[in-house]
Design a protein around this ligand. Sequence first.
Ligand code: EPS
Length: 368
Amino acid sequence: MFAVSADYAAPVELRLATAGESHGPALVAIVSGLPAGLVLGRDAIDDDRRRRQEGYGRSPRQKIEQDRVEVLAGLRHGRTLGTPLALVVRNRDHANWEWGMAPWPPEGEPSGKGSKPVTLPRPGHADYAGALKYGLDDARDALERASARHTAVHVAAGAVAKALLATIGIEVRGSVVDEESLRARIDEARAERDTVGGVVEVRAVGVPPGLGSYATKDDRLDARLAAALMGIQAVKGVEIGEGFALAAMRGSEAHDELLPGFGRETNRAGGIEAGVSNGEDVVVRAAMKPLPTLMRPLRSVDLASGEAGEALVERSDVAAVEALAVVAEAAVAFELARAAREKFGGDAVDDFVAAHRAYVERIPWDPR
Ligand code: EPS
């Protein structure tokens, strides 16, 4: 191996592009800006997709899907090539929607699912706003992409981001806040053919001080994490650290005092000050609204006739909060990996790791 320089690695932009409809043939993700030589484990990717699928309260759809992640490009013998990484998850349910979700004009009579237009929008879903925005007669054209189904490839990309973060000692984990009461609320809601939401928390440990920047609002790590979390379907609120509770505290109780050795006894800031990570755990929360597809439908209005009716009823989850914990973990991991690529750069993963090590050696911070 060639020696790598520890003092400089050019910043690199880590990017994620995705495509795919919920009942179309497949979901696709392209991750670019990864360093070469990153070792990816199939098990790590598989574990996350399984955790996303196994959440309490999911619909029978999860029994149909297996979400096996195929890698089509950017990987050779389990190591990244430093080229775009292409990931695909096929929708097994597409077999039931072959006519309805055919990419090309289908042959033969309409058959199977998706062959009748959706004209009764579900309040809370993309159906109404999407139909108006894009001039649609069939709200299916809107709801298919708006569906949380495509979080399957976000989670796959998040697993890749976590592998990159692990090389510099960062670990990210999402969990449900108050899991026990959530499960009881799900059981009750299911019996009443209703849905529920909930709150998840993501914690990242080992994040060095200095990710993100106050230089512009777009650089702020808290703004970026909030956008990443708000970008997940059904998320209606985000908190960084103590978030809303800070508004009711005095300054003397809200801020995390620095002690000799630069340790702190509290972390109300959630590991971010002025948009920059401060070396404490990064802690963020996301609030998920109850899912909008109800078995006992809400009042709606027919897009075609303007007449009052009841919203579309489709197979649906009672809750997807446990899945959100995994999806939010992936979103936070990806954003932290993006910030780390900006700070430590490097074409090869060894450059990236060496730049991190050189930086950590020069600052007064001890990773836990
Ligand atoms: C979703 C509706 C449901 C969920 C889906 C998200 O899909 P279906 O109507 O096919 O049962 O199951 O989530 C997934 C399929 C998934 O893999 O997470 C929605 O409207 O957002």
